[in-house]
Design a protein around this ligand. Structure first.
Ligand SMILES: [Zn+2]
Length: 415
């Protein structure tokens, strides 16, 4: 098996768009969005169709004008937790093998990834194209850094992302998937990754992987403080064990002045604590600006989105790895993850459904360091058009994405 078997992913047209006609932001009244320099510069009531516009299909680009034909417009989807370096998307089917459990999957991945060309720019490009096709305009991706691949994964992601010339916003978490302290040399690689421009540094289950929770949390957060980068820590450890490690992270966040720069990914423990203990923990996390991401795992209790919001804990949604050596599942659709979170949380009221759509778009944009990610004047022109009545309809049906613009340029068009 080699990546020769991999078809080249579609090349983004990156055509510049100046006018998006007749679209309904968040399901409201039809408007025209005027774009310049990659930014929304004006929003006016939808004007009359220009001559010849009837020949242009809805949501299609004609020159630098999009005829939206009344489609729903949402801000570009933000994937706050991806692993774009390690998928076999685009390659022939790979049978699931190896052992279960976090350590079992790590060993299996390290045994097989070379033959699949992982990490590599071609496989990464295939994943990015799939994310973009689903309306993603910004992604925070964990990228494996370990003694086997060093920083090659980060280089592959940078190379694949460069094809979008900045129209797709990609941030990297240098991710020690194989552990930190249990693998002497990995900490040095994380330092090197931060020096080379990784926006965040990661960690993984300090207690159950390194079996040294204080040591890993101390090392990773000190590294982040030294280099001025963010922290994004995978934490699968359950209940009390997980909560204990979040407390360790909170202590060091406060001591090192990392407020607003630390994320707990998964954080299953938060959903597993008694109510009073969870409320105290969330209050502390909110006060320190410690955010969370979830991939809405079907087999576990969901993070309580309303409680997080009430405590001021920012939340982002992500796809996690898709079709990789950990699991054959996943589609690259963060709106689909929003659907999964809403469905598994038994959310049915309009305001709760809207909250989840906002987490996949505007309210998840903190994950890529962006304020004001919305369909408003002055915002970067990242948007997705869908054939849906409103955001709630879009959430429950997850219809195809008709057109995706990043920084006012065409990232993807529905074939
Ligand atoms: Zn992950």
């Amino acid at each position: 098996m080699s990546t020769d078997a991999l078809d080249a992913p579609p090349t983004p047209s990156l055509r510049t768009v100046r006018l998006v006609r007749d679209v309904r932001p968040w399901g409201g009244a039809p408007v025209d969005l005027h774009l310049d320099g990659g930014v929304i510069t004006a929003i006016t009531p939808a004007g009359p169709s220009p001559a010849g516009a009837a020949e242009v299909d809805g949501g299609r680009v004609d020159g630098d004008v999009v005829d939206g034909r009344g489609l729903l417009a949402l801000p570009g989807i933000v994937n706050a937790h991806a692993h774009v370096d390690k998928s076999w998307w685009g390659l022939p089917w790979q049978s699931y093998g190896g052992e279960g459990g976090t350590d079992g999957r790590i060993r299996h991945e390290r045994a097989r990834r070379d033959e699949l060309g992982i990490p590599g720019a071609r496989t990464t490009a295939a994943v990015l194209a799939e994310l973009v096709r689903h309306g993603t305009t910004a992604v925070r991706s964990h990228v494996d850094v370990d003694l086997g691949v060093g920083l090659r994964g980060i280089e592959a992601v940078r190379e694949a992302a460069a094809a979008y010339d900045g129209a797709l916003h990609v941030e990297v978490v240098a991710f020690p998937q194989d552990g930190v302290l249990r693998r002497p040399g990995v900490l040095d690689l994380l330092h090197a990754a931060a020096r080379a421009g990784a926006e965040h540094v990661g960690g993984l289950d300090p207690a159950s992987i390194d079996r040294d929770p204080v040591g890993q949390v101390d090392a990773v957060l000190a590294l982040a403080a030294e280099h001025g980068v963010g922290v994004d820590l995978h934490l699968h450890d359950p209940a009390e064990l997980g909560a204990f490690q979040i407390e360790l992270v909170a202590d060091r966040t406060e001591r090192l002045g990392l407020q607003g720069r630390v994320t707990i990914a998964h954080g299953f423990a938060v959903a597993q604590l008694p109510d009073a203990q969870r409320a105290d923990l969330l209050a502390r996390m909110g006060a320190l600006g410690i955010a969370m991401t979830t991939v809405a795992p079907l087999r576990l209790p969901q993070l309580p989105v309303a409680e997080l919001a009430a405590a001021g804990v920012r939340l982002g949604l992500g796809t996690d790895g898709i079709r990789d050596l950990w699991s054959p599942y996943g589609t690259g659709d963060t709106l689909g993850i929003a659907w999964q979170l809403a469905r598994a949380s038994s959310l049915v009221r309009d305001e709760d459904l809207l909250r989840v759509v906002r987490l996949a778009t505007t309210d998840g944009a903190w994950a890529v360091g962006r304020d004001g990610h919305d369909l408003v004047v002055g915002a970067r022109a990242d948007l997705v058009l869908l054939d849906a009545e409103n955001p709630l309809d879009a959430l429950v049906r997850t219809p195809p994405r008709e057109l995706v613009l990043g920084g006012g340029r065409v990232l993807a068009e529905r074939a």
